[in-house]
Design a binder for this molecule. Sequence first.
Ligand SMILES: *Cc1c(COP(=O)(O)O)cnc(C)c1O
Length: 389
Amino acid sequence: MKRTTRLVSFDSTYQDEDAGQPKTINPPIFRGSTVLFNDYEDLTLANSGKHKGITYGTDRLTTQRAFEEAMRKLEGGALTRAFPSGISAIINTFLAFTGSGDHILICDNAYGPTARFCTEILTKYNIQTTFIPSASGKEIESYFQDNTKLIFLESPGSNTFEIQDIPAITTLANNRGIVTVLDNTWATPLYLDPFALGIDISIQSVTKYISGHSDLLMGTVTVNEKWADTLKQFYRTLEIYTPEEDCYTALRGLRTLSLRLQQHEQSALKIAHWLESLPIIDQVIHPALSSHPEHQIWCRDFTGSSGLFAFIFKEDYAQDKLAEFVNSLQLFGIGYSWGGFKSLITAGKYNRSQESRYAGKTVVRLNIGLEDPADLLIDLKSGFELLTK
Ligand SMILES: *Cc1c(COP(=O)(O)O)cnc(C)c1O
């Protein structure tokens, strides 16, 4: 079955016939800390961990289970668990799959808070981190140590969109029993299939395209068969709670993921190509453009591109000039996060541990939303006129 079909045909119908309830296409939302047992015998079973049903609010209520199952099917993994944010999914993956004395490798262009967690928190637990170049491939082997336990990839990476050679890395890692994790938020499982490329653990910031409406924060971790028990036990022990309302809303968003992504992709490509033709632009950083340094890898591994990309001006404009441009935009909100229906703009310089082709340059990032791209073009065009005035 095609992934697009999986999105809408996943069955989350719900009916308690005994209670005379109607059969609805979508699941109900339960609110509950306490889950009542039928009798004392059930309580006794729950006390000894033998109760078959849901025993408490943190035991993953029905809507959460429905959403996790939908994500698991989309990802083609063995087990999915939901977390209250994307960064929570990431942090808990590190905690679940590493221990004191381990060494981990993380790509230099990983989401900022991901990198910060490694350098500021994992060190407290005697876990050492080495940053590998943003566009790493098989050279990654030279960073391996005897205690290297986990490799964390994000491709294309945050803000600068370098792409890693995932199959080259997973081949080396799998031979050595190193766990591989991919933050696949940019492509979603629709445009990149992590498990087909040898990845063990696939992460989504559901906050972005999966939910798609900038109205919630959530994350998922999906693992292959090999790591299913580890994640299951870890999640159970930590009693992580992901709100039912948000699970419902994310499930609702998921149904239209394919349609939304197609539009984000087309609009972003239209704008990226146009930007590339402008004399004031030095480079457009979009993996689907043939000018992207890892474009060939993108063509090999990805089946589509999403609506987030960046560009660099030829001239290094002063802050007040940049402010004039950004503030003039009518359709682009100024703000973090992305993947929603509204177009957004951010700009910044990104410090990397390793050599970076964008060092010292102001990278302007666009989240192309669901507006008509013709209107977005007009908006950007009048902004650029302020810069060249
Ligand atoms: C936003 C983002 C995250 C974190 O997701 P939150 O839900 O905002 O915590 C992780 N990875 C990437 C690539 C992101 O863009």
